[in-house]
Design a protein around this ligand. Structure first.
Ligand code: DQA
Length: 149
């Protein structure tokens, strides 16, 4: 039997991690973030389905494809966090735990980053912890999965 899978979704511009505004987002690439997620998951006996898209509809389709099979989701929707009701509605259909993650502390930045359409439909929110935030989210999903009756 294959391992239970955590889906990690990354939104627009996160493919440029490491090059893009490193003073805010750091020097790690999205590949480094993926490696961190895989390490955290393997410690917990979980698999990772790691994806990035610059397109809202592709992210929504990815949720529709995996929403009933994944044991948890880690979502950094990038700027779509602050704009997309459609993504929010897709996240609201997920029965498994969902963690919204942001590398930067969005609350210490521009006002337009303070509101998230996803927070109210997420299990938890992790901001300002850099790539480690993804690993914390995977660890929390593993706790929730293991404590399931
Ligand atoms: C981000 C924060 C968003 O406001 C921004 O648009 C991003 C990255 C973060 O990880 O800190 O693209 O989600």
């Amino acid at each position: 039997m294959s391992e239970p899978t955590v889906v990690v979704l990354n939104g627009p511009n996160l493919n440029l991690l490491g090059e893009r505004e490193p003073e805010i987002y750091g020097h790690d690439t999205l590949g480094d973030v993926e490696a961190l997620c895989r390490k955290a998951a393997s410690l917990a006996g979980l698999a990772i389905d790691f994806r990035q898209s610059n397109h809202e509809g592709v992210l929504i389709d990815a949720i529709h494809e995996t929403r009933t099979t994944a044991v948890g989701f880690v979502i950094n929707a990038g700027a779509l966090t602050h704009t997309s009701i459609a993504l929010r509605d897709a996240v609201a259909t997920i029965p498994a735990p969902v963690f919204e993650v942001h590398l930067s502390n969005v609350h210490a930045r521009e006002e337009f980053r303070h509101h998230s359409y996803l927070s109210a439909v997420s299990t938890g929110v992790i901001v300002g912890c850099g790539p480690s935030g993804y690993a914390y989210a995977v660890a929390r999903i593993s706790e929730l999965v293991l404590s399931r009756p």
